[in-house]
Each structure stands twice: as C-alpha cells, then as structure tokens.
Design a protein around this ligand. Structure first.
Ligand code: 26Q
Length: 828
C-alpha cells in the first residue's frame, strides 16, 4: 500500500461554482484572460474555446480526486491499448456527463450566444478509422461511468483520419488538422516523458556462472511525450484519462553527427523521430507492412508499458509479485501485440527475471480482442523488418515460438502440419511474424466481438488454440454508449423517454424495455414519430446546406453509414436503387413509398474499387435526382466526410438501417446498434451483431434477408458463378449492362464499368448477385410496412425499447467478469 501523503491543499479549494451564473463568469473570464478577447469581439470559435475551458475546470477537480482515490486504494486497473480512439467532439459529451448541458446552454443564451452554433466550432477528434476506434471510445465512456479504474493508451496523431471531399463525384483526401487552433481538453505532461529505443544490434554476454545476458545497443532513441485527455463518466464522479503519446527527437544520438559538422543530418534525424506520431494510417491494404506503422505500434506500446511500470514501482518498488494483481492490458486487435515481447524484454533484460517468471507475468496480464476474420486483414510483419527495427524483440519472439512449438509437439506428437499452421513464424522466402498467433499465445483470454464472430474465431480461425487451451477463447458482444448515441444526439427522444420511465436509463439501458408497453399507445406513437420527423427535417436542412439537394422529410430515410468496403456491400444497395429507378422508368405508376437513400462512407485512399463505388453512387445520384420522371419518389444523397459528428446528425433521422454485409464477414458492427437505438428498423443479413439484434427485437420488427454463413460456405464450396445470376435474372443483367453505358456519365461510357467487372469477371467475392433478389424482396416488405404508419411506429418504438443489451456498459461488465476481474473504486 502506498503511504498516506499529506496534500498541502484540500481539493475543495479548487472546486468551482457550477450554477448558471458561475458558468457565465467562468466563460467570460476565459474569453478575457485566456483568449484575450471580449464578448463584443468574440466569434463562435472563441466562445467554443472559452466554454470548453470553463467546462474543463469542472473536469480537473474531479480528475485529481479520481487519481487520488485510485492511488490511495492501490486499485487494479485495466489498460486499454489501442492504435485508435475515435473520440469525436468532447465539449458536449463532457457537459452531458457532468450534468451541465442545460445550465451551459442557458448561460450562453444569456450571453447572447447559441450553444448549438458554438458546438459546431469543435473539430472532431478523429484518431481512428471506424468501428474499432469508436468502440475504444465508447468503452472509455463506460469504464468511467461504472467507476472502474482504467487508462486508455494510444498515439497522439497530429493528423487523424483524412477529411473527405467529393469533386465531380470522386473522393479526394485532404489532411485532417484537429489541433491547428489548439485543443482545450488535452493536458501536456512533460514530467512523464518516456524514452524508446529503435534499431541497433544485440550483444550476447556470458556471466561467470555461464548465464547469458542480452544487451541491446540501440541505434536511435526517441522521446514520448504524453498528452492526457480526461474522460468524464456519466454523473461526473469518475474522471479517467486517455493518454496519447507524441513522438519527439531525444537529441541524444545526434551529438556525434552534430559535432562532426553534420548539423543538417542531425536535423534530419529529428524530423524522422517526429514523423512517428504524424499521421494515422488509413485502414488500407496498400499500406500494409509499412515500416513506419510498425514503429508507431512499438512506440506507443513501449511508452505505455514503461508508464505502467513506473506507476507500479511507485507503490511496490522492485517487488514484481503483485504486478499481475494490479495490471490488466487489453489489446485492441493485434495492432499493439508487440507489447507482449516488449514486456518480456523489460522483465528479462531490465528486471533480470527468469524466462519462466517473465512469461508467467505476461500470460496473466494480456488479453486480446479479435475484430476480423478476413485473411487479408490479419497482421503479419516481415521478420527481416523486425530484425532491423527491433532486433531483441525478434529474438524473444523466436524463443516464445520455440517453447510454444514444444507444447504443440506434446499435444500432437509428430504432426508437422500443425506446427506449420500454428507457428508464430510463417515460413517461406520472406519469413513473416503472425501477430494474431503471437497474441493468442501471449494472452490469458481472447475474445471475438459478437456471438457468431466468436464462434467462427473458435471454429475456423483458431480451432487448435481452442483445443490446446479450452476456455481461453470467449465472446464479448460489442456495445455503444447510450450517453452519446441517444441522450446527447437525440435530446427530444431522450426527454420523451424520461417522461415515461426512470430517467436513469442512460446508466441502466435495459430499463428502455419499459417503453414496450407504449408501443401500441396511439398518443405515444404520435409523439415518438413526431420526434423522428423533426429529426428528419433537421437532417434535410443539413443535407441541403452540404450538398444543395432537397429531400422530403415525409419520405422513408434509408441510411447506410460505415467505411466503404466490398464486404459491407454498398454496391448491393446501389444496384437495388438502380433497380427501383429502372422499374419507375418502365412503369411511371410503379407503386412505392417515396424514399431517400443516404450514404456516408470513406474509402481507404489506395482501395481503387471502393473509390469507384463512391463515384458510382454519386453519378447514379446525379442522374436520378435530376430526372423529372422519377417524380421525387427516389432521392440519393452521398454526404461527404462521414465522421462521428455527422453520424450524430444522421442516426436520429433514420427510418431504415442498412446492415447488409456478406454473412460471416462483419465481425459485429456497432452502427447497427446506434441506429436501432434511435428507432430505425434494420434491413440486414444474419451477420455480426445483427443476429443478436434480431433476437432482441423479434423477427416481426426487422427485415432479414440473404444467405446465412452456412449457405455462403456451401455456395462457395459448390463453385459460385456470378454469371448464373446475370443470365437468369433480367433485372440484374439490365442493371449491370446499364453501368457500362454512358447513361450515368454522359460522354464517358465505361466510367462505371469496374463495378460490373468486379461482379462478373472478378468473381463477385462477396456474393452481391447471389443476395440481390432476396434483398430486393426484403425491400418490398419494407415498403409495405412503411405504408402502415401505426404498424411502423410500433416497430420503431420496439426497436428502441429492446436495445438494452447493446449498451457498452454491458460489454464492459462482461469484460470485468470474464476477463479483467476488476473492482469499481468509489470516488468521493
Ligand atoms: C492495419 C494495418 C495497417 C493500417 C491500418 C490497419 C487497420 C486499421 C484499422 C486495420 C483495421 C482497422 C479497423 C478495423 C475495424 O474497425 N474493425 C471493426 O471493429 C468493430 C468493433 O469491434 C466491429 O464492429 C466491426 O465489425 C469491425 O469491422
């Protein structure tokens, strides 16, 4: 136990008033004293900064109380290692979680300023690609809300995910500069700088009693500077931190070069060091295996481990025996897997533990979450690259592998195929290090992110590991924070819910089931759907402002928002839109409810076909939106630069949620949960968490279509030929042929042909054509259902009511019970 220290000043001295007048004063004080402006000159940006600073003051007192409580109680903590945290905007979230949203809104109103306008000034903190990064952010919210000691560790990217512009229908990437004008929520901690070594060589030393010591002589040392972002729990008692590392030149190794007159060369090394945390890699196959990405991963893992060890030693000195009781490390996919050999290195070479002691600690500390089954997405690093950058780590990996293969030999004597398959090293001309295998071998728990995904991880990805270590592979179904994804983004619906059930539903989301009894209540239906319509009106205004396109709020809003990938099948959605268009052209009286199809999606910059799909959506949209024969029955909108803050505007306005991945490909999905929570009905395949959503809402409140995982496998085994569907379905043939004409790209025939080719000669790897008819039939059922306003309202209400399972609080509780064995810590 740490000794009780006397603090010189009581924390209460720093507590600041939280009523409206106190906030007003604080905002004005920051306007004058921090920003050097005044209420007559200030623009919205200045108001945002001043308001954020006033809110941050409230956060700080709670942060230090939390840290003191965790220290005094010597708590066990989880350390969430992730290359990505997609935090979005922070100000409104912090106001909501502190319970200060209304008060701040009134304070600003009295100052003649609109909080809504001020909030729009905040850039998104987009340090992530998509689902995996946003999941990390939702988990931090839940951990703080549940008073669990936790730290998020990641990279302080100067540039987050690229900003997407659309020019002539095509995606253009622009740099994201979220910190250009400063970020009022982050705290720089130069007192906690860490050093990280790279390159060089390993020296083997022999001791007197014949023991071997390894000494790594690095070629470069860089500094890691931590930035802390406070994470406020709902209710505001616990404030945890997200600690992000920025790379800096250490200056050490530049002296020789410098003294030799190499001033310019020394500066070049500085630039290299500072490049490490410059930019987030987009999830892009053309970027796979890049040296800088590996250095990024190692850099933040090494800094974070050293930070954890420093904190542990402050309480326990050199006694390692309690380490596994105090520290759990969750690896968010294999991106931080290099932390396993790094901890081994520290324990062996720095702390002089034996191999068995060190390995025992590692395999009680690490747990690994898998987020994908796609073979091309499983990380592998060339052994030669590791040897160059991290020579000692490669040695350690070989030793881990050697000992592991002995276990395989014990389990399956003489079976070399098993060894080849399970080895951390993939043999071949260029040896590769398989980070998934390393992660399973070095962790005490491994989980998938939805029931079906975890089953497939066990049965298909790692079946032998399940046999070797029964019980190690498990499931934790993903979740989303209802604070951001309902309370904050849909205030009108939240107030309606407050009026019907206990207003602590944001903490206990299963209480939403209390709305079920109002599903047939005409008055409640009317109120619920009036809010949906108001949200649609608001989104329509946004669409008009962003694209110039006018959409009808009474049409069915059909929304697909997610990263662009073939397996997510935005092109299936597009083919169906084209089919509807064609039916209308063939039959001007074609019966259908007016629909607005909305898309939001970024494509990885090097993913050619994904970018072609974006282009095709925009070209088809242009043609349909401007064709008077369509008579406004269909509108198609591609909203540029999809991101967390845009999701917060789209999700509350959705009637229909498109979750149409090829069965077996989407590990979980989390957008599916956000949309259903806000009363959208799902049209989806039996994939990822869709299956569990269907179980919760019931078959009559969801539109399921398409092949199951088993049917997909059977069809592929039999030999799938997309031409069978092309020749046997007139509509499919007509649509694909249409893509080759210049109908959607006047004067440029063939501009959309790559789509057709991928679906025919390309073999249609994601079975778009195989699922088309079933998808089209499901959409007919949607159309029928939407005609029945009462029936639809009932279904929408039940979707909201039945989403309790998908709060990230439940996911975190599953991790606490099954993986981390954590206890909550009371903060005064
Ligand atoms: C890898 C190598 C080089 C550069 C980038 C990457 C990289 C980056 C991000 C690879 C993958 C990702 C992100 C993956 C991701 O978001 N997966 C999603 O995770 C969600 C949360 O569990 C699931 O709901 C989704 O189903 C899954 O696709």
């Amino acid at each position: 136990m740490p000794s009780t220290k006397t603090t010189s000043q009581s924390a209460s001295l720093f507590e600041l008033p939280v009523d409206k007048d106190g906030l007003k004063q604080a905002i004005l004080r920051h306007l004058h004293c921090t920003l050097g402006t005044d209420e007559n000159k200030a623009n919205n940006h200045a108001w945002w900064k001043a308001t954020s600073a006033a809110i941050q003051e409230q956060v700080m007192a709670r942060l230090s109380k939390t840290q003191k409580s965790h220290y005094m109680n010597d708590t066990r903590a989880v350390h969430y290692f992730s290359a990505e945290f997609l935090m979005g905007r922070l100000m409104s979230n912090n106001m909501h979680n502190l319970g200060l949203f209304e008060t701040t809104s009134q304070a600003l109103q009295e100052l003649g300023v609109s909080l809504t306008d001020v909030m729009e000034e905040e850039p998104d903190m987009a340090l992530g690609n998509g689902g995996l990064g946003r999941l990390a952010a939702c988990f931090l919210d839940s951990l703080a809300t549940m008073n669990l000691p936790a730290i998020g560790y990641g990279l302080h990217y100067e540039h987050g995910l690229f900003r997407q512009e659309i020019q002539d229908g095509a995606q253009i990437e622009r740099p994201d500069s979220w910190r250009d004008y400063g970020n009022p929520f982050e705290i720089c901690r130069p007192e906690s700088i860490q050093e990280v070594a790279l390159y060089g060589y390993v020296e083997t030393k022999y001791g007197e009693n014949g023991d071997i010591q390894k000494e790594w002589h690095p070629g470069l040392i860089i500094k890691g500077l931590p930035w802390d972002i406070p994470v406020v729990g709902y209710g505001g008692t616990t404030v945890n931190v997200l600690r992000l590392w920025e790379s800096q030149a250490s200056g050490y190794f530049n002296w020789d070069v410098f003294n030799a007159g190499g001033y310019v060369d020394a500066q070049r090394e500085n630039v290299q060091a500072e490049t490490i945390s410059k930019v987030l890699y987009p999830n892009d196959e053309t970027e796979a295996g890049k040296e800088l990405r590996l250095i990024q991963q190692y850099f933040f893992c090494s800094c974070s481990l050293k930070d954890i060890i420093r904190r542990y030693k402050r309480a326990h000195g050199d006694d390692w025996s309690r380490f596994v009781d105090q520290v759990a490390i969750q690896l968010n996919d294999t991106h931080p897997a290099i932390a396993i050999p790094e901890l081994m290195r520290i324990l062996l070479d720095r702390a002089s533990l034996t191999w068995d002691q060190a390995w025992s600690i590692c395999t009680q500390v690490f747990a690994y979450t898998n987020h994908t089954l796609l073979p091309e997405a499983l990380e592998k690093w060339p052994a030669r690259m590791l040897e160059k950058i991290l020579p000692r780590h490669l040695e350690i990996i070989y030793e881990i592998n050697h000992r592991f293969l002995q276990e395989v030999e014990n389990m399956w004597p003489g079976d070399n195929d098993k060894k080849r398959k399970l080895s951390i090293i993939e043999e071949g001309n260029d040896k590769m290090v398989r980070m998934g295998n390393l992660s399973v071998i070095g962790s005490f728990a491994v989980n998938g992110v939805a029931e079906i995904h975890s089953r497939l991880v066990k049965e298909n990805l790692f079946p032998e590991f399940e046999a070797m270590w029964p019980g190690k592979l498990t499931n934790v179904t993903n979740g989303i924070t209802p604070r951001r994804w309902l309370k904050a983004c849909n205030p009108a619906l939240s107030k309606l819910i407050d009026s019907k059930i206990d207003n602590d539903w944001p903490r206990h989301l299963s209480k939403l089931d209390g709305l079920s009894k109002f599903a047939d209540n005409a008055k409640f239906q009317k109120e619920f759907m009036a809010i949906k319509r108001a949200n649609k009106v608001a989104l329509a205004e946004e669409v008009k402002a962003l694209t110039g396109i006018e959409i009808n709020p009474d049409a069915l809003f059909d929304i697909q928002i997610k990263r662009l990938h073939e397996y997510k099948r935005q092109h299936l959605n597009l083919l169906h839109i084209m089919a509807l268009y064609r039916r209308i052209l063939e039959n001007p009286n074609y019966e259908m409810q007016p629909r607005v199809f909305l898309f939001g999606a970024k494509a990885a910059p090097g993913y050619k076909l994904a970018k072609d799909i974006i282009f095709a959506i925009n070209k088809v949209a242009d043609r349909i939106n401007n064709d008077p024969r369509v008579n406004d029955k269909i509108k198609v909108v591609f909203l540029p630069n999809y991101r967390v803050s845009l999701a917060e505007k789209m999700i509350p306005a959705a009637d229909l949620s498109e979750q149409i991945s090829t069965a077996g490909k989407e590990a979980s999905g989390t957008g599916n949960m956000k949309l259903a929570l806000n009363g959208a009905l799902t049209i989806g395949t039996l994939d990822g968490a869709n299956i569990e959503i269907a179980e919760e809402v019931g078959d009559e409140n969801i539109f399921i279509f398409g092949l199951t995982v088993e049917e997909v496998n059977a069809l592929k085994a039999k030999g799938y030929n997309p031409y069978d569907y092309y020749y046997n379905n007139r509509e499919i043939k007509a649509i694909l042929d249409w893509l080759e004409t210049d109908y959607f790209t006047p004067g440029k025939p063939g501009a959309l042909a790559s789509l057709k080719h991928s679906l025919l000669d390309g073999g249609d790897p994601y079975l778009v054509l195989a699922d088309f008819e079933s998808y089209s039939e499901a959409h007919k059922q949607v159309d029928v259902a939407y005609q029945d306003k009462t029936g639809w309202a009932r279904k929408a209400i039940l979707n909201t009511a039945k989403m309790g399972k998908f709060t990230s609080d439940r996911s975190i509780q599953d991790y606490v019970d099954r993986v981390w064995k954590l206890r909550s810590c009371h903060v005064e």
